[in-house]
Write a protein of this length. Structure first.
Length: 315
């Protein structure tokens, strides 16, 4: 419903109420029948200029009041365009979410948008804090815009679904992850520290942040159950190759035109090779960190990458 239609639906009721409260005849009635047709002292005392001024004031008052009575009318044409996949963010720090809005009508639309955050769990949606003002959206007819929404989500211990409600417009579901996902690499490494070959420090700061114990294979070549190599070199270091042949699992992150990861058997161990694009941006993307963890799991169990028919042939 448009704001004008909303005003029209209420104007008769508001006009009568205003007149009774002020002790005068309704303004629209005075204008329709003319003050000269009234014999009351009140009508005779009102000049044409006074009638015009009162009419203007009354109309403005009704429009302002009814705008509050119909808060959703102005944004009725604006809707949220759903994402194919819910955005994924980290908890406990400000994250930016990309949101798409569309005006599907043939008229311009605008709205003062408020947001409300809810945590989703077992079919319920629990509010997290109060509604907050965000910004004013202005969309041309049939226009679609992309907006950046910055938010800080509460701390979580495991992946948790939240919902951002754009009040009167729509909803966006968000997957929120704990900020220490990479500690799983320490668990996968077992009793020995995680091996790390990272000349450009792509992973090292994040491992320290997550509290993962690791051994720097550049300076301390040692045995490890699992090693992460982030290097664009044409070949793995000889010290790493030797340990892979003895059974070590390696995730090798390097620049590659291939998107998919693949595993290579080397002696008793295996190397999973993945492109940098599949784990970037590692510091800011939960999905990138989850990919790195998945590659580590595959390196420890490379048979998972083989087709079922191939596994039967080797058994």
């Amino acid at each position: 419903m448009k704001l004008g239609a909303c005003v029209e639906d209420h104007v008769e009721q508001a006009s009568s109420l205003f007149a009774r409260r002020m002790g005068i005849l309704p303004v629209h009635h005075l204008l329709q029948n003319g003050l000269e047709a009234r014999s009351t002292g009140q009508a005779r005392r009102l000049s044409h200029a006074a009638r015009t001024a009162l009419s203007t004031l009354f109309k403005r008052t009704i429009i302002a009041a009814l705008a509050l009575l119909c808060p959703a009318a102005a944004s009725a044409q604006i809707a949220v365009v759903p994402d194919e996949q819910p955005p994924a963010v980290f908890a406990g720090r400000e994250q930016t979410i990309r949101v798409m809005f569309r005006n599907s009508s043939n008229e311009a639309a605008e709205a003062n948008v408020q947001t409300r955050l809810r945590q989703l769990s077992f079919g319920s949606a629990m509010p997290v804090g109060d509604a907050q003002p965000w910004k004013r959206l202005r969309l041309l007819p049939q226009q679609t815009v992309v907006e950046a929404y910055a938010a800080k989500f509460p701390t979580v211990r495991a992946a948790t679904r939240f919902q951002i409600e754009w009040i009167g417009i729509g909803r966006t579901e968000v997957s929120v992850y704990p900020d220490d996902l990479l500690k799983k690499l320490g668990t996968l490494a077992g009793e020995k520290p995680l091996g790390l070959f990272d000349p450009d420090s792509q992973v090292r700061p994040l491992l320290k942040q997550a509290g993962v114990e690791f051994t720097d294979l550049e300076t301390e070549p040692s045995d490890a159950r699992l090693t992460v190599v982030w290097s664009d070199a044409r070949e793995l270091p000889e010290s790493v190759i030797k340990r892979v042949k003895d059974g070590m699992a390696v995730v090798w992150i390097r620049k590659s035109a291939l998107v998919a990861a693949y595993a290579v058997r080397l002696g008793m161990g295996a190397v999973v090779i993945a492109s940098t694009s599949s784990v970037s941006p590692l510091a800011d993307s939960p999905m990138a960190q989850l990919n790195l963890i998945r590659f580590a799991e595959l390196a420890l169990e490379p048979e998972a990458l083989r087709l079922p028919e191939d596994r039967k042939e080797t058994e």
